[in-house]
Design a protein around this ligand. Sequence first.
Ligand SMILES: Cc1ncc(C[n+]2csc(CCOP(=O)(O)OP(=O)(O)O)c2C)c(N)n1
Length: 371
Amino acid sequence: MSAELSETDIDVGLYRVLGDDGRVDATRDPGVPKDVLLRAYREMRRLRVLDARMILLQRQGRVGFYGACTGQEATPIATGLVAREADWVFPALREQSVMLVRGFPLTQFVAQVFGNSGDVLKGRQMPSHQSGRSVNQVTWSSNIGPQIPQAVGAAMAMKAKKTGALAFGFMGDGATSQPDFHTAMLFAKRFAAPCVLVCQNNHWSISVPTARQTAARTIAVKGRAYGVPAVRVDGNDFLAVYKVLGDAARRAREGGGPTFVECLTYRIGAHSTSDDPTRYRSDAEVEAWKKKDPIDRLRRHLSVMGYIDDALEKAIDEEATAEVAQAVKAVEEMPALPRRSIFEDVYAEMPWNLREQAEALEKLPPAPSHG
Ligand SMILES: Cc1ncc(C[n+]2csc(CCOP(=O)(O)OP(=O)(O)O)c2C)c(N)n1
């Protein structure tokens, strides 16, 4: 992964469309319409605001855990815009927002962070593991890797049923060291599964830098080893990611099988609220990546195109802040789930031993958070 490798080398070449100044490489301009670009910008801003607010809530003890996507917003937002209604999404820790772009209500999304009565999952999943049947998004299972073969398996089923849909499967760079990644690539290619497998290479697996955990020249080559076409793209360049994911999705829909996309990006914040990144990486590294921020870059492009001015930018920010604040307020006003709910949804008729336990639980004094 050393920086001195030639950028024209097929194994390390990086697909970029947007320059740092926000100008488009004319030979690669994907011609994304103005409304899509503005929508992408709004979604990325809202996600940034949402993540910051969730981290704050965790610090205040109002929610238990959070894993933010800050700095990596371009890929989940582009995925949400590229996906069609019948497609399925198998996220890792930082791609839950795809479902927001696909129409899942923000309030219900936030309720899954609190795990109260507004949460359709009844508080049985951790925060940052949102899912939604209405938008075909599967919950992440927390251990690293299983969602990749799940995405491939779902894609194989879609192919067998001739649905014309595809599956998006996500992973971090660390997940590509897991056996599940290799199984997934093998099956994806062998059965020409209609899927787009996306690695958000944010350079760190908690405290382990990518260069220390793999001897592969890049992450993308690992897909090519299985015959899966692989693209290495600047993950902070919304236009490049949108174009590459759109092409990959089209190929899958047309029967061309899987594509593996390595999005080069950076996790600006901590791995999660349980992590202190100052223990293993330098401020200088973080500051250098902040200069490559995907939202700032898209903002510059919108300016160059004459699509945004300061007033519109301010309005978008205020709208996002108000929307998130309103959702948090609404969710915090929802009551906690009844304790008894932990016994529900498993048996049609509750066995006697569980009934006894449920009755014993009811007799305990209320937990402090229940007021
Ligand atoms: C099988 C398994 N091993 C270890 C862990 C602990 N763990 C949680 S996140 C993580 C790092 C994941 O890194 P990466 O795949 O690069 O994704 P990122 O968090 O950087 O987005 C690890 C090792 C786990 N959850 N599951």
